[in-house]
Design a protein around this ligand. Sequence first.
Ligand code: KIV
Ligand code: NA
Length: 264
Amino acid sequence: RKPVTLPRLLDMHARGEPITVLTAYDASFGAVLDAAGIEVILIGDSLGMVVQGRDSTLPVTVDEVAYHTACVARGSKTAWIVADLPFGSYHGGIDLALANAVKLMQAGAHMVKVEGGEWLAPTIRAFVRAGIPVCAHLGLTPQSVHVLGGYRVQGRNDASAAQLRADAFALQDAGATMLVLEMVPAALAGRVTAELRIPTIGIGAGAQCSGQVLVLHDMLNVFPGRKPRFVRNFMDGASSIADAVARYRDAVKSRAFPAAEHSF
Ligand code: KIV
Ligand code: NA
């Protein structure tokens, strides 16, 4: 199998083939996902919750994400590797943001992900100028949980839906080449997906996104905490972890997942 590149992902998007994304945090799971043909592996700051046992993503540091990125990169041969810039690591000026993004790229990432709207445009421009592809993240942005007041659906009223669409265009114009939409109504995610040039990756955002992502520990049902409505337990009926990952891939490719019961 050939390595997944950004042009290949954009080509899948152009052809309407769903992009499959899962998180991973270590070399063994990186290898399992890679072997199953998952195109994109995200080293999410969700590692704070599912690996470190914290109750939010806020304490995660860039060095921790870099460590887990290096682990995944050793295990994965072909997947496109995206690493989260964690809370506070891209908010204190562009030079600091760039230094932190460089750490993740040097650890083995191919793209970095940042949470937030139009205010990130100058940061995204600087990253792209420096040769760093950017995935943006709108809707429920867990690094802002204390501003948002909890892990809840975003973009439900007309004003916040309009704000999300404006942010999505601003991020695309700044040079973001992928956009995660988390916990937004399926109709809004479908509209944004149709309007943008770049692929959207949904989590709790309906079946019309250009691809889907889940947290690995959620879809394998090993995370002991509360499971959000948008998660499906892919171990249910699977013969192995590799089989569960293959079932996820097939369900996303055929748009059998997410179903209405996983959407808002
Ligand atoms: O940290 C993470 O795992 C994420 C995904 C849920 C999109 O940001
Ligand atoms: Na994240």
